[in-house]
Design a protein around this ligand. Sequence first.
Ligand SMILES: [Zn+2]
Length: 313
Amino acid sequence: MSFSADVKNELARITDEESCCNLAELAALIRMGGTMLIGGNNNLGITFTTENAAVARKVLMLIKRRFDLKTEVVVSRGRRLKKANSYLIRVVPSRSNVDLFTTLGIMPGVSNERHYAGILRRACCRRAYLRGAFLGGGSVNKPEGEYHLELVTENQIFAKTLIRMLKSFKLMAKITDRKHDYVVYLKDGEAITSFLRVIGANSALFIFENVRVVKDMRNQVNRLVNCETANLQKTVNAAVRQVERIKLIAQTIGLSGLPENLRETAELRLSYPEATLNELGALMDGKVGKSGINHRLRKLEQIAQNLETESYE
Ligand SMILES: [Zn+2]
């Protein structure tokens, strides 16, 4: 089962909330996963589709808890072997549905701002609303992969409402469009953790955090190791080059032909090809600093370079 399905199953089990939150959650669920039905006499109904049985049960429960309406449930089996079942809940079109539409703030053709003002006021309802949005049209990658959580809706205004609600929990979501949909998404591991906390997915949060901590630590270690390896490689390359140059000097003019301080440096480098500049400095008579050693080695390389040029002339 996917991580998204685990999260949804967990969220679908949260049923013991205040009735204000129940309504907020149902409103978001229907906004995300519902479609308006128009029946005879222009009476309105709703169909809600989901592939998750627990989500279907929750929608039905939330409707029944508050409204006395006629509903139907249709299960269609996946045609192909791997295709999931699909659950369709239908609120049969009827005049008595008006209460549902106005209470949830989804009445078509009227301003639903007052409804949003009500939902946005209390943090408990905003949490429930975001939970409903995730249950109705959300998904999240498993933490082992790339961090990604998204809420998909066809409605641009609704997408912006989601952004606003997320912002009220300090979650800075981005928005993009994909074909006919608007995708509100979070890409940051920490933001996804916070989102799971906000909507009450505590078990999923625990799993997500554990994986994330290990993954971040591994990344950090890899970065450090890569960096150190690169530095070490550079040091080794420089030392190998220095040794070659010094050998060239020894074979041509001889190390004894060098000024005293350069001769000492050259001999030490030959004896300690793997020593760092600091280590070489410490081995010198009267101790020489790193930059002093570096300067001398550069001079030796210069001398070798000149010898090489001369030999070609
Ligand atoms: Zn509430």
